[in-house]
Design a protein around this ligand. Structure first.
Ligand code: PMP
Length: 441
């Protein structure tokens, strides 16, 4: 063998901080060298040692069809042959915007969620733009966010954030000046009284409430029934906007996102003024977006005074990947994801119960995660109070048996259309070993 994950990690750490280009990839809370991936296809990834793993990370969400779907790869190759980037408009960008608007029920006049969409390259940019737009539209400074929710790494959103910020136990990020941090009001999730109290404490000062459509960056914590709709109502009552962050949930939990899933369940629509997308919308290439109602979107440059721009925004390769992915992600895809997720949730729970490990499987649509606590958690404090130490041995036992989970207890597990019976079997066979390792922790 010419190389190993360990030697690649040693080499990477000399030139890349922590050896990773995104902290969530580090095995920070589970220990050991992260796997250096050389290729991926379908439900599997292959590392530099030639070992194959059934993958439940799916690039943290985008690979909804499985890795390197031939039709998505072909779409990208064809786009590449026509030119990598023009810095000018393309018909495909308009088609992607039309596709997304259509998937969310059409324009608002037609009963849908958004009228217009601006493409950016990352989820961070999408939420950053949404917040600036909300402030520009309302003329107000403050933002409400919820503890344990992650919306990317822009300054104002790193207070009590989920994902890597939770994994590494950071209360907030260093390097964010206090005057910026103080513009964010952090509240406990699933607590409407806290939201009402914040609006009462800061009259006419709150521009927007930003919320993950279903929290999935502190493990999965679904909103309680009617919670998102109530957030919209409270925000609107006080002249503020609701920013629904569907970067992770959008086009993953259903064709029309968690917003659509909730509507289908309750028969009730609710209104979000701005909605952010990422991950699946780019099918593994850098595309994200912010959409909204036209009165708000009219404030964006070049039509309005709120500035936002991007050299690579709407990049033709990325848009081609997104369009192909959305075209292929049909009803059957979502039915398959739900089925696979259901089987895995049942299998994880059965294995942990058999091993005597106290746990709760938390889910929101086809997203799920394991909480090492006896009761379901509804907020960040409850999630933090679980027996986190059980996760590292669980994770490594799975990895040793060829199953790659997200390397943190604070992350969701991602299934794909490529998780077939063989992949499922491999996961299900590994679970009892992992459960016993967790029991012995
Ligand atoms: N919002 C949510 C809900 C996310 O899950 C993420 C990324 N995990 C982001 C925003 C940020 O997206 P990106 O990593 O593309 O900047």
């Amino acid at each position: 063998m010419t190389t190993s994950n360990e030697s690649q990690f040693v080499r990477a750490r000399k030139v890349i901080p922590g050896g990773v280009n995104s902290p969530v990839r580090a095995f920070g809370s589970v220990g050991g060298a992260p796997r250096f991936v050389t290729s991926a296809a379908g439900a599997r990834i292959t590392d530099v040692e030639g070992r194959e793993y059934v993958d439940l990370v799916a690039s943290w969400g985008p690979a909804i069809l499985g890795h390197a779907h031939p039709e998505v790869v072909a779409a990208v190759q064809q786009a590449a042959a026509r030119g990598l980037s023009f810095g000018a408009s393309t018909p495909a960008e308009t088609e992607l915007a039309e596709t997304v608007i259509e998937r969310l029920g059409g324009t608002r006049a037609a009963g849908g969620l958004i009228d217009e969409l601006r493409l950016v390259s990352t989820g961070t940019e999408a939420t950053m733009t949404a917040i600036r737009l909300a402030r520009g539209f309302t003329g107000r400074p403050l933002l409400i966010k919820f503890a344990g929710h992650y919306h990317g790494h822009s300054d104002g959103l790193l207070a009590a954030a989920g994902s890597g910020v939770a994994t590494f136990g950071l209360p907030a990020s260093a390097g964010v000046p206090e005057p910026i941090a103080s513009q964010t009001v952090v509240l406990p999730y699933n607590d409407l009284d806290a939201v009402r109290a914040a609006f009462a404490a800061h009259p006419d000062r709150i521009a927007a409430v930003i919320v993950e459509a279903a929290a999935a960056n502190m493990g999965v914590v679904a909103p309680e029934s009617g919670y998102n709709a109530a957030l919209a109502a409270i925000a609107h009552e006080h002249g503020a906007l609701l920013i629904l962050d569907e970067v992770l949930t959008g086009f993953r939990v259903a064709a029309d996102g968690y917003w659509g899933l909730e509507q289908a369940r309750t028969g009730q629509a609710y209104d979000a003024d701005l909605v952010t997308f990422g991950k699946v919308i780019g099918g593994g290439m850098p595309v994200a977006a912010v959409g909204g109602r036209s009165e708000v979107m009219a404030h964006l440059a070049p039509n309005g005074p709120v500035y936002q721009a991007g050299t690579l925004s709407g990049n033709p390769l990325a848009v081609a990947a997104g369009l192909a992915t959305l075209r292929l992600a049909d009803k059957e895809t979502y039915a398959h994801l739900d089925r696979v997720s259901g089987v895995l949730q049942g299998a994880v729970s059965a294995a942990l119960t058999e091993a005597g490990v106290v746990h709760t499987v938390q889910s929101a649509g086809n997203l799920f995660s394991v909480l090492f606590a006896p009761e379901p958690a509804r907020d960040y404090a409850a999630v933090q109070a679980q027996e986190t130490f059980r996760f590292a041995p669980f994770f490594h036992a799975m990895l040793d048996r060829g199953v790659a989970l997200p390397p943190s207890v604070f992350e969701a597990w991602f299934v794909t259309a490529a998780h077939d019976d063989r992949a499922l079997e491999q996961i299900v066979e590994a679970l009892p070993h992992a459960a016993r390792a967790a029991a012995q922790a």
